[in-house]
Design a protein around this ligand. Structure first.
Ligand SMILES: Cc1cc2nc3c(=O)[nH]c(=O)nc-3n(C[C@H](O)[C@H](O)[C@H](O)COP(=O)(O)O)c2cc1C
Length: 190
């Protein structure tokens, strides 16, 4: 399959079984993730692999973020809602959290390092498709809160970019219609 075909055939897919992915497979994905363009060679990508019981920790972090803005997080309604949030990471056997670390390089710009880590996330999605795995890039308001990165053990000032949920598909992955870029494109050639 050509690279362009692989790109066009990739589809986000959220319905996954509990079947685990072995660490060697996860390492293959991450080695693909760091093969991206990056300005000033800052190597900003930082990854946290969450699996098994580690998913409960992520659920707690997500729930704590939402509870912060609640007048009464212990009310029956909120308790039920937060319990549902705590279960969200269990939708996949493996979650890779990708973050952009703040660089010491004077010329480095966070916006560029986040762009490089975004490219890493896309590489993970493409590599997962190549390995026959289902994958979806997820975020949510908690993603961009400094306390989320801190609670997950990232260095201070690391900007989280995505939570990539990975697993084996529990349902056939549907191919999307891919649009032409024509209507989003202008040409300046004279
Ligand atoms: C930055 C970013 C954040 C996303 N966050 C979510 C999310 O929180 N939940 C979700 O279901 N999908 C999320 N997605 C995935 C999109 O829903 C998905 O890419 C979109 O539906 C297009 O489908 P495709 O990836 O198959 O082309 C996110 C994608 C990106 C790039």
């Amino acid at each position: 399959m050509s690279i362009i075909e692989a790109i066009k055939n990739r589809n986000s897919h959220a319905l996954m079984s509990e079947q685990d992915i072995d660490p060697a497979g996860i390492r293959r994905l991450l080695d693909a993730a760091v093969c991206v363009p990056v300005h000033h060679r800052t190597d900003p990508w930082r990854f946290l692999v969450i699996r098994g019981a580690g998913r409960a920790k992520l659920g707690d972090v997500m729930a704590a973020h939402l509870a912060k803005d609640m007048d009464d997080p212990d009310s029956p309604k909120n308790t039920k809602f937060l319990d549902k949030i705590r279960k969200k990471p269990f939708r996949a056997p493996v979650i890779i959290v990708a973050g952009a670390a703040k660089s010491d390089c004077k010329q480095a710009l966070m916006v560029e390092d986040v762009a490089a880590v975004s490219a890493s996330c896309q590489n993970i999605l493409l590599a997962a498709a190549d390995m026959g795995l289902a994958a979806i890039w997820r975020t949510g308001s908690f993603t961009y809160a400094a306390e989320t990165a801190q609670a997950l053990g990232f260095d201070e000032d690391t900007q989280l970019v995505g939570f990539i949920y990975l697993g084996h598909s529990a349902k056939e992955i549907r191919q999307k219609e891919r649009p032409s870029a024509e209507k989003f494109t202008r040409w300046l050639d004279n």
